[in-house]
Design a binder for this molecule. Structure first.
Ligand code: FAD
Length: 413
């Protein structure tokens, strides 16, 4: 039953695999219920912004790449473009000039779409699931390559030069049993991300990106379209090839989950006061209860990630700025993804991760309160953060499913 179950400390976090899996089993149904609620199922974005880095290679024309948008007239008045437009127009008569919308604040880790842009649309996320679309080849490869190139920081900052360490993050030695490629060695040294000498902040940066990549790959493999049978379903070989045979990619998804979960738990007080404005007071109240229910079910667990260990050593300010600016670039690279649906989920999940980073690193704890900082998060950031957490939770669920499929495959007839 426990075949290939991961164990031991998750590197660079303050928790182990068992704790994450136990939090996951306590919270999964709650986050699933939350993302189906009215506030969380709609996301606003510009799907057609030009790639700022290279000439677009053109959009994928497969039917599965396209996104169904939502008729705005069905949405609460407060969310609509015309309400937004009215707010952003100068009240001074004939010389109507839209105010310039600054798409990011100093604290933001993402460059957001301008909400007043005519190309901004609402999308019902439940109608557009992230799954296999057939988007592949040089266009997808170029985007991933550009994302990983953002991993190259200018600051040469090695462990030996005074990077902070968290006493709880040292990995446990590997003595994993010989289980075959899937999930083997998960708690041991990863070896191939070259992190032996690299500072904590850079490792964290890389692990978040790699964890996001793993999560996207898992969704592709979990909802895979088999062209020969014409059926959708989990594809074990896809999972083994892309994820299972690479222990560090598995580690990184647990790592990313631990970081996002930490940000979510830190928002308990803020979200208790947050005006969800779904156009229905009862629905607003229900949303608050669902969130509180979700966060309080993690309360008995130890903190999964210690953000206070980051950006403490020499050069910490410049390291922080580089970290934030590189992540901002990743959010801009998402406009180069050549498949609408992949772009939708890529933009949403980088916004979700960026929101988690902002909550963890850009503010002191006392500023995470609605009373003192009501504009901490906008509508889209809240939606993106919880949907990203849900995507990561679904990936952990899928890993358990693939673990079982793998065990069944290896079992004697
Ligand atoms: P890729 O996944 O393209 O990986 C490229 C290289 O990166 C690999 O060869 C490997 O060296 C390295 N790598 C792979 N995984 C990791 C990891 N976890 N950590 C570190 N390094 C790694 N396709 C869909 O069908 N549906 C989608 O929703 C979708 N969304 C996408 C979103 C984005 C932002 C991008 C850029 C692409 C998306 N794609 C999607 C395409 C998909 O991610 C793959 O690029 C495509 O399926 C081809 O996969 P591949 O096996 O060639 O390797």
């Amino acid at each position: 039953k426990d075949y290939c179950k991961p164990y031991g400390q998750i590197r660079d976090t303050c928790c182990d695999y068992q704790s994450v899996e136990s939090i996951q089993s306590d919270t999964f149904s709650k986050i699933q219920a939350l993302v189906q609620s009215k506030f969380f199922k709609y996301y606003k974005l510009n799907l057609w912004r030009e790639c700022p880095f290279w000439n677009d290679d053109g959009l994928c024309m497969n039917r599965d790449c396209s996104v169904a948008t939502t008729d705005e007239s069905l949405l609460p008045e407060e969310w609509r473009q015309d309400a937004l437009g009215a707010l952003q127009m100068s009240p001074k008569g004939s010389a109507f000039q839209p105010f310039k919308v600054c798409t990011y604040k100093d604290q933001d880790f993402c460059v957001a779409d301008d909400p007043s842009d005519q190309d901004v649309v609402y999308v019902n996320l439940l109608d557009n699931p992230e799954r296999f679309t057939g988007y592949t080849g040089p266009s997808a490869g170029k985007v991933w390559q550009a994302i990983y190139e953002e991993n190259c920081f200018n600051i040469v900052h090695k462990m030996s030069e005074g990077c902070p360490t968290c006493s709880a993050i040292s990995p446990v030695p590997s003595n994993s049993p010989p289980l075959g490629p899937l999930l083997q060695d998960l708690a041991g040294p990863t070896g191939d991300d070259g992190d032996d000498e690299v500072c904590l902040e850079k490792r964290v940066y890389y692990r978040l990106i790699s964890g996001l990549h793993s999560s996207i790959s898992i969704h592709i493999c979990d909802e895979y379209f088999d062209r020969t049978t014409g059926q959708w379903g989990p594809n074990l070989d896809c999972f083994v090839n892309r994820i299972g045979a690479h222990p560090e990619r598995l580690q990184n998804i647990y790592f990313t989950y631990a970081v996002v979960l930490r940000a979510v738990t830190k928002l308990d007080d803020y979200l208790a006061q947050y005006p969800f404005q779904t156009g229905d007071v009862a629905e607003d109240e229900k949303t608050k209860i669902l969130i509180h229910d979700l966060i309080s079910s993690t309360k008995d667990c130890p903190a999964t990630f210690d953000e206070k260990t980051m950006f403490q050593g020499a050069d910490s300010r410049s390291l922080y700025v580089e970290f934030r600016d590189h992540f901002r670039n990743v959010s801009r690279i998402m406009d180069c993804v050549g498949c609408e649906k992949c772009r939708l989920w890529g933009k949403l999940q980088t916004t979700g991760l960026g929101t988690a980073l902002k909550v963890l690193f850009a503010y002191e704890d006392k500023s995470l309160s609605y009373r003192s900082n009501p504009r901490l998060l906008n509508h889209n950031e809240v939606v993106a953060l919880f949907n990203t957490f849900n995507r990561l939770s679904e990936s952990l669920e899928a890993i358990q499913k693939f673990r079982k499929m793998y065990a069944d495959r290896l079992a004697p007839p």
